[in-house]
Structures are given as C-alpha cells and as structure tokens.
Write a protein that binds this ligand. Structure first.
Ligand code: SAH
Length: 363
C-alpha cells in the first residue's frame, strides 16, 4: 500500500467517503505524495510518452502556428504565449527554436508557464535555460497578467479531476470511494440523489462529468473575450458527450487498477471535447474543431518538415523521423493521429484560424 492510500483510508475512516474528483485530485496533486508532485513521469523509462517527447516537429509546428495566430490578431507589440501543464518544457523549447526564423514575433513575446508540479517546474527551467525570450512560472492561470494571449495545453485537460455519477434504483447518485469490512478501498454511491441529472440510462451506468475542465475552459474563453487571442487544446478524447466512464491508471506503460498504486500511477480520463466547446460558446467565444491531430499536423506541414529534417539525417535518424511521423499522425488505433483531437477557442473577433476548417455556423 502506498503512503497516499494509507492517508486516504485514514481520512475516509474519520470523515467519510471521497468523491472521484477528490480522489483524482489527491492522487495527482497531493503536495507530498501526488503523482505529478514527486516525479518526471515521461519517456521510455517513465509511465507514458507525449507528442512533444516523440518528436521535435510537434513543438516546432505549434510554435509556427502561434506565430500565424499573432499575425491574424494584427501583430500586437506584446503577446503572451502561455502553456498549461508543460511537462518537461520540450514543446516550448522546440517552439522557441523554430520561432527564431520569425523575429518580429519573438520580440513581441513573453512566455508564461502554468505548472503545479515543483519537480516539473525545475525540469522546465533547465530545458529552457537558454530561452531567447523572458519566461515566468505560475501555479495557476489567474496569476498570469491579462492581455492578448495564445494559450497551448497538450495533455493537460485529461489530468483534471472528474466527477462520476451512478444510475441507481433511486436515481443518479455521486460515485464515492469508501472502505469495505476489511478496510480496503471500494467504490460505492452516495445516499443522496443528484436531482439535477435526468439523463435516461440503465441501472449501473456511469456518467462522467469534467467540472474542472469546463470551468478552466470557460475561464480561458472569458479571458480571450476581454482581450484577443486563442487557446489550443490537444488531448486524447471524444467529440460527442456520451454515457460511460473513462478513468484509467497507467504505470510503466501498462494499465493498472485505479485503486492500486495510488500516487504512483498516472490517472487520466478521455476528454469530452463537446463539453469544452459548450463551455467556451457559453461565454460567446468561437470554437474551431475538434479536428484530429493527424489532420491538424498535416495542415501545418508536418510531412514537409519531416522531409526537411531527413535531408540532413543519417539512415537510422531517417527511420526514427518516419516512425515519429507515423506515431503522431497515422489514423490506425495504435497511433495518435485519430485518437488525439485538437480544438481551438478564440475571442469572437477571430473568425478564421490557421490549420482549422472554417467556423461552423452557430446553432
Ligand atoms: N504538456 C506536456 C505534459 C503533459 S502531462 C507534454 O505534452 O509532454 C500533464 C502536465 O500537466 C504535467 O506537467 C503536470 O504536472 C501538469 N498539471 C497537472 N495538473 C495541472 C493543473 N491543474 N494546472 C497546471 N498544470 C497541471
């Protein structure tokens, strides 16, 4: 049993069951034992690998996308490039390197990193030690000054805690984690009925609601509406809100039981892009996509970038570049091309955005 599980059992015994939201938030963010607070989870020897860690092309193309957005908002003399949940800082380092060829943008740029993990903040500081632009770090987006902004979040929304509701005889009840007769953690349901949910569903069905993700998207969209700019969110997820739950735990590149290895396994959910889009539209922002990661990177010219890199590469490096390209863009289910989706949210003043199809008519 992990130290965090011990602490959870004690807390449940004293104060009653934990919601899934609280459980996920503690497992990932407990100041002493939380998964992200204590380690660098990326890479072959870590628990999972993300797009910027697969290839430099990912961050480079996102950087160039940001420069195009800046041009589209009229090249303001000061713009903030904000990254939420920047991991090792690889995406930003690759983006800034690619942006050396866009000097006007670099001169206008201030970079702000929003990161809750002290371990990863240190890692980002060393990755970005030679940055050509000023960078500051924050624990929450509210600490970043307002103004024109381009905000990037790769695999951040999937780490935000969700709530689960279970369809019982009595109605929809919040799913909770309690203790069984042997003092083991066990899933159960609240005795109170959540009367605001009336989705029809068979008994035992679970509904997953990403309250924190929706609130964050709404906050970002409101910020853009007050100034100008765009948010780009990339994640593993689905495009239509649906019944069912997607909470999963990953350790050493393998799925493990959600209630095992608490604080030592990554916990994620698949992102409900339709819910994010509704949250942004509810405050009047424009929503582009979601489109697949494969389509998005193709629009940004990833094939040409790969060809460019291969011209200066050895045979084995060429094979690595091809493998990375396939992993990022191929639609087959073992790759990221279709599974990962990209959504952009902008101030209402922006009616076109690089790499995205035209805005869908408002319903
Ligand atoms: N974007 C990176 C890392 C993805 S993992 C990449 O693609 O490689 C999720 C990241 O979000 C980690 O850096 C984690 O520490 C951070 N994180 C988790 N919850 C957060 C929150 N509420 N606010 C800001 N960062 C958060």
């Amino acid at each position: 049993m992990t130290a965090l599980e011990q602490e959870m059992r004690w807390s449940i015994a004293q104060e009653g069951p934990l919601s899934i939201e609280r459980f996920m938030s503690l497992a990932l963010g407990h100041p002493q034992y939380g998964y992200y607070m204590t380690r660098d989870p990326f890479g072959a020897r870590g628990d999972f690998i993300t797009a910027p860690e697969i290839s430099q092309m990912f961050g480079e193309l996102l950087g160039l996308w940001a420069a195009e957005v800046w041009a589209q908002i009229g090249r303001p003399p000061m713009v903030r490039l904000i990254e939420l949940g920047p991991g090792r800082g690889t995406l930003m380092a690759d983006a800034l390197r690619a942006l050396r060829s866009v000097p006007g943008f670099l001169q206008a740029l201030e970079v702000h990193m929003v990161e809750t993990s002290p371990v990863l903040t240190e890692r980002q500081k060393s990755t970005l030690a030679r940055s050509p632009v000023p960078i500051s770090w924050h624990k929450d987006i509210s600490e970043v000054p307002e103004g024109p902004a381009i905000i990037i979040a790769n695999e951040l929304f999937d780490a935000l805690p969700v709530r689960h509701y279970v369809r019982t005889q009595r109605g929809w009840c919040e799913r909770l984690i309690g203790l069984d007769a042997d003092n083991q953690l066990i899933f159960g349901a609240s005795t109170e009925v959540e009367t605001t949910i009336n989705t029809p569903a068979p008994l035992g069905e679970v509904l997953e609601i990403s309250v924190e993700a929706r609130l964050l998207m709404r906050t970002l969209a409101q910020r853009l509406q007050r100034h100008t700019g765009a948010v780009l969110a990339i994640d593993y997820g689905y495009t239509q809100t649906a019944l069912g739950e997607t909470l999963q735990a990953l350790k050493g590149h393998q799925f493990v039981d959600v209630l095992s290895s608490i604080g030592e396994a990554d916990l994620t959910t698949h992102v409900d892009f339709a819910a994010l889009a509704r949250a942004a539209k509810s405050v009047g922002a424009n929503v582009f996509g979601p489109i697949t990661q494969g389509e998005f990177l193709a629009q940004l010219g990833i094939e040409q970038r790969a060809d460019g890199l291969k011209r200066r590469a050895t045979e084995s490096q060429c094979a690595e570049i091809d493998a990375a390209l396939q992993r990022l863009t191929d639609p087959a289910p073992q790759y990221m091309g279709d599974l990962f989706k990209v959504i952009a949210v902008t101030s209402a003043s922006l009616t076109a955005l690089p790499a995205f199809p035209e805005l869908e008519p408002q319903e």
